[in-house]
Design a protein around this ligand. Structure first.
Ligand code: HSE
Length: 405
């Protein structure tokens, strides 16, 4: 019998409980042993829960119990999840988590503590909700050098953009729907400002390169400035707008990593990923391109990934040795101004008035003239720093620009 404790009985924690209860027999068969929940830690009152005897409000009891070999951390946030995780791993108890903020911030340190103490720190659920991506990247694609990762990594923003594209909803209307449906994080800024997607691309890139990617250094732009005009321009040019997290390993070994809304061709495989779904394309030098697709958020999909990690630990006891990434010496990320794209640029002036200057500065380019007070054009591929230098030489206001994938 493998006894586990769950810390944090919110959406994901209660999903873990539900999946373990619902699939008890098949989980026991796959683990080679029965998985038994011994404690659930939550500061709220669950005295009317049908298994209220499992609830405790003191972590000390759980971590001191020698019978507990795995702790499921579904609290979210850094405090107290970081302290609890360190204590559990230091005692040789494996920890499974869905907490991307913790993995992105302290993953290197926590993996090292697990390694030193002969236990595991697993986090399949931290990226892509129910989609298997951490284990495929780490095991099934282990023969590859990974050159790039491109993904729709946040379900809330993908839902919002889908509503804007398909139903013409405004950003505010679509955000409210996403909150009512329970997709958005407690603080919607984590989703709509791109921080959640940033943590996820950092985890994937750290895993792919073996070097810690510090998410605070990664260029991150959310979707709060995307309007129905942006969506309409994109549609007329044959694109959709998606919030993309991407990383590319450069020849220098450094990485171009960023999160931003991007225009992608309607024929691109990521363009058809709608609603709360996520998808991740991984480019490997043996496999080529592989795409992982599925529900990127939600109670049971995320719990599915957490419980799979629990099963993995139960099944592979004695073979815990996974040091996945470490802090790198020197800078790993290339400056954002060096990243190269084609761009769609909106100019706040009538087309007839500004077109001559745009041609002079940017050369021949595709222009689109939909509104009286502005127009848009597509640039050739240039570095972002050069793009901004060209903007500075214009006598017209640039409203915004969108990278084209
Ligand atoms: N708020 C996140 C999302 C949940 O919308 O993708 C899953 O990490």
């Amino acid at each position: 019998m493998v006894k586990i404790g769950i810390i944090g009985f919110g959406v994901v924690g209660s999903g873990v409980y539900e999946v373990i209860r619902k699939n008890k027999e098949s989980i026991a068969r796959k683990s080679g042993d029965e998985i038994d929940i011994k404690y659930i830690l939550d500061i709220r009152d669950f005295s009317s829960h049908e298994e209220s005897h499992l609830f405790v409000n003191n972590f000390d009891r759980m971590v001191a119990d020698d019978e507990i070999s795995i702790i499921v951390e579904t609290m979210g946030g850094l405090d107290p999840a970081y302290e609890y995780t360190k204590r559990a791993l230091s005692c040789g108890k494996s920890v499974v988590t869905s907490n991307k903020e913790l993995v992105a911030t302290y993953g290197d340190e926590l993996l090292k503590i697990a390694y030193d103490n002969g236990c595991s720190y697993l986090f399949e659920a931290s990226v892509g909700g129910g989609i298997p991506i951490i284990r495929p990247l780490n095991q099934c694609l282990a023969a590859n050098e990974i050159g790039g990762i491109t993904g729709i990594l946040n379900g809330t923003t993908n839902y919002i953009l889908t509503q804007m594209i398909k139903d013409g909803q405004s950003f505010e209307e679509a955000l409210k729907d996403a909150q009512d449906l329970g997709y958005a994080e407690r603080n919607p800024s984590a989703d709509v400002d791109g921080h959640d997607a940033c943590r996820k691309i950092c985890i994937l890139t750290s895993l792919a390169t073996g070097k810690k990617i510090e998410y605070k250094k990664v260029y991150t732009e959310g979707i709060t400035n995307i309007t129905l005009r942006n969506v309409e321009y994109a549609g007329k040019l044959g694109y959709v707008i998606k919030l993309i997290g991407m990383s590319r390993v450069c020849d220098s070994g450094k990485v171009n990593v960023m999160v931003a809304p991007m225009m992608i061709l309607k024929e691109h495989p990521l363009a058809s990923v709608e609603g709360v779904n996520n998808a991740i394309m991984v480019d490997g030098n043996a496999i080529g391109s592989a795409m992982f697709y599925g529900p990127g958020a939600g109670k049971l999909p995320t719990a599915s990934a957490v419980v799979a990690d629990v099963i993995d630990i139960a099944k592979n006891r004695g073979s815990e040795n996974r040091l996945l990434w470490v802090k790198a010496d020197g800078e790993v990320i290339i400056p954002q101004d060096e990243s190269q794209f084609k761009y769609f640029v909106r100019v706040g002036a009538p087309y007839a008035e500004a077109k001559a200057q745009i041609r002079e500065v940017f050369g021949e380019c595709t222009c689109i003239d939909l509104y009286e007070d502005e127009f848009g054009f597509v640039t050739n591929e240039i570095a972002e720093g050069d793009l901004k230098a060209k903007f500075a030489s214009l006598s017209y206001k640039v409203i915004d620009f969108t990278r084209i994938l």
